[in-house]
Ligand binder design. Structure first.
Ligand code: NOJ
Length: 453
């Protein structure tokens, strides 16, 4: 496979999804701790209270990463574990957990990549208005500053916000995720604006360390429009659709990629949202548009599109009998070719695939192993597409598979298994799935991408 020297081969996780120890060692509550208590909010009443118990088992988990052969690991830091109230008093025990984790990773030769915010917003700050409160940007900056000072000497790869499009929309529009709000469009866009300001201020806090080798970026979920054919007319339609917004679409890349990367709201945003656009105060857009070192893309889905008969863009249907993952997400490996390619063309920033993966019906087989041929096939096909993009000149620096291990899949609880490592949540026993060994072989360069396991 033609992946460049120094390519980061990783897997990703997030604090609330794996750590457990939700009320231990001085951790404060997050909106997810509270949301999970709400009847009906999460599948089967599942919570992240224990999750994968990674807080206590991190050494074993780093050993598994080493066994697989990863050279990178993306994890998130829990804001209320560091600052239990979100601001003010620092919880030493919380910080020390991440120091120990990072030291363990470095000793194993695994590059840490830290996400500052993967959705576990401090509950006390939510009671003050959460992302709707303009001060949220400064609250986040204060937290980022504490973390950067303590871990900035050892962590070089930083992501400010994970999927702002998802936590803003699901948490503040549909109410499907914590904190479960159903705001009006104007309020949702104001939350987004504050989250973008928070991102910019966190980048400033990281830069203030003065470390020349530090890289900062953001990781929205990239919903890619893939050309239905490689006919240049379809490619052109797909390219344009990825960054345009013709109607009210709260998920549009025109909001979530364009704004933090360019430091401007696109004209489409003003045209489509009109008076619902956020209140912009002088200096906000400079804060939001801090220069970034890379763009992260979490990639799971896409549409096939084409230039329709009348010249208008058309979204193609999934057709009859599409290939679907356990979550019923469409298998569309070309997203890993077109996604990074379109991003790189437009923003000229190196790209990291910060997440990509699938949930699958995995269980422990009669032979005691976990066989997941679908995941092997998924990885193969997606990496083939990614390799094609790189071969043609797209600057992709790393791939983080979602996820290292089965974990708490938000409103779906433990129903969806995304891991390379199987977790038996009754015993906390971990088993490397076949895909983990396969991925390890790919990383070691000993596996041709021919689809054979
Ligand atoms: C993206 C999110 O960042 C992650 O938390 C989630 O588990 C995966 N998608 C799978 O849905």
């Amino acid at each position: 496979m033609g992946f460049p020297e120094g390519f980061v081969w990783g897997a990703a996780t997030a604090a609330y999804q794996i750590e457990g120890a939700a009320r231990e060692d001085g951790k404060g509550l997050s909106v997810w701790d509270v949301f999970c208590q709400k009847p009906g909010a999460v599948w089967q009443g599942n919570t992240g209270d224990i999750a994968c118990d990674h807080y206590h088992r991190y050494k074993e988990d780093v050993a598994l990463m080493k066994e697989i052969g990863l050279n990178g690991y993306r994890f998130s830091i829990s804001w209320p574990r560091i600052l239990p109230s979100g601001t003010g008093n620092l919880n030493e025990k919380g910080l020390s957990f991440y120091e120990r984790l990072v030291d363990e990773l470095l000793a194993a030769g695994i590059q840490p990549c830290a996400t500052l915010f993967h959705w576990d917003f401090p509950y006390e700050l939510f009671l003050l208005g959460g992302w709707l409160n303009r001060d949220s940007a400064d609250w986040f900056a204060g937290y980022a500053d504490v973390v950067a000072r303590r871990l900035g000497d050892r962590i070089k790869l930083w992501i400010t916000l994970n999927e702002p499009n998802v936590f803003i929309n699901l948490g503040h529009l549909s109410g499907r995720h914590a904190p479960g709000m159903k705001y009006q469009t104007a309020q949702v866009l104001q939350c987004a604006h504050n989250a973008f300001r928070a991102h910019g201020k966190a980048v400033q806090a990281l830069r203030a360390l003065g470390a020349r080798d530090l890289q900062a970026g953001i990781a929205p979920n990239l919903f890619v429009c893939v050309p239905g054919t490689e006919d240049p007319a379809d490619v052109e339609v797909a390219r344009a659709m990825n960054f345009a917004m013709t109607e009210k679409n709260m998920h549009s890349n025109a909001i979530w990629f364009e704004t933090p990367i360019t430091g401007r709201y696109s004209e489409d945003c003003f045209r489509v949202f009109g008076p619902d656009m956020p209140h912009i105060i002088e200096g906000d857009m400079e804060t939001i548009g801090q220069p970034l070192d890379f763009v992260g893309a979490n990639q799971y889905f896409g549409h096939r599109v084409r230039r329709g008969a009348n010249g208008h863009p058309e979204i193609l249907s999934w057709g009859t009998g599409p290939d679907l993952t356990a979550f019923k997400w469409l298998l569309l490996p070309e997203i890993l070719y077109w996604g990074p390619k379109f991003l790189y063309e437009r923003y000229k920033l190196p790209v990291y695939i910060t997440e990509n993966g699938l949930s699958n019906a995995d269980w422990i087989a009669f032979d005691g192993m976990v066989h997941d041929p679908q995941r092997i096939d998924f990885i193969t096909r997606h990496l083939q597409e990614l390799e094609r993009a790189i071969r043609e000149g797209t600057d992709v620096r790393g791939y983080f598979h979602w996820s290292l291990m089965d974990n708490f899949e938000w409103a779906e609880g433990y129903k969806e298994r995304f891991g390379l490592v199987h977790v038996d949540f009754r015993t906390q026993r971990r088993i490397l799935k076949d895909s983990a060994r396969f991925y390890g072989d790919v990383i070691a360069g000993g596996r041709r991408m021919s689809g054979q396991s």
